[in-house]
Design a protein around this ligand. Structure first.
Ligand code: 5GP
Length: 211
């Protein structure tokens, strides 16, 4: 994705990707990550228990509350949140290592984290991925069989608050059932449009006339 021209080497951009549980945002991220030269996906730390098919260091770094609070105290997190009683946060060092390379950094985080990132990095692009409706969201959550009934109900309830934050976001994509590849394609189009944005190329004219 990084392109050499008189524009110079294209810098990687920072993307926040949020969406209610069952939006399918995780699957969309996996599709984007099929191009690891273009994208890097941040691995968060969390105090929630790992799901059956989750592996430490892959989906999350699963840590104790004590360890998480130590990371907060040491300033090791770029942002963090309490989501339904568990901590989730973005490790700072890994994120900063990606920024500055040509790769785009994807932060799959909740709306609270999204707001913190926008404040710290106004140039970040915030994308919300939503299921095609509450009924379909519930069907997806039940079919993935990861969460307990209680956790499903709390996640369904939380969808309302997440959608309330849509106004803080730059883009929204409805992830239609069975159309995840189309959703990923729309995401790639957003990335291309943002990279071509005039406000990201303030010194273009100078470079044009430079020998
Ligand atoms: P889950 O338990 O379903 O994996 O994640 C619950 C919510 O926490 C999701 O909305 C997910 O995007 C969000 N989340 C995951 N990691 C982070 C993080 O590092 N920071 C924030 N703010 N939210 C996160």
């Amino acid at each position: 994705m990084s392109e050499e021209s008189f524009l110079g080497k294209q810098k990687g951009l920072l993307f926040v990707v949020s969406g209610p549980a069952g939006s399918g945002k995780g699957t969309v991220m996996q599709l984007l990550m099929q191009d690891p030269e273009a994208f890097a996906l941040s691995v968060s730390a969390t105090t929630r228990a790992p799901g059956k098919n989750e592996k430490d260091g892959r989906e999350y770094f699963f840590v104790s509350r004590e360890k998480f609070e130590d990371m907060i105290a040491k300033g090791e997190l770029l942002e963090y949140t309490d989501y339904l009683g568990n901590y989730y946060g973005t490790p700072r060092a890994a994120a900063e290592a990606v920024l500055g390379t040509g790769r785009h950094l994807l932060l799959e985080i909740d709306v609270n984290g999204g707001k913190q990132i926008k404040k710290a990095f106004p140039e970040a692009v915030l994308v919300m991925i939503v299921p095609p409706g509450a009924k379909e969201q519930e069907r997806r959550l039940r079919s993935r069989a990861r969460d307990s009934e209680e956790s499903i109900l709390r996640r369904l309830e939380k969808a309302g608050t997440e959608l309330d934050s849509l106004g803080d976001y730059d883009y929204v994509i409805v992830n239609e059932t069975g159309k995840t590849e189309e959703t990923a394609e729309t995401f790639r189009a957003i990335v291309a449009a943002e990279a071509a944005s005039v406000r990201r190329h303030p010194d273009l004219v100078g470079r044009y006339f430079a020998d």
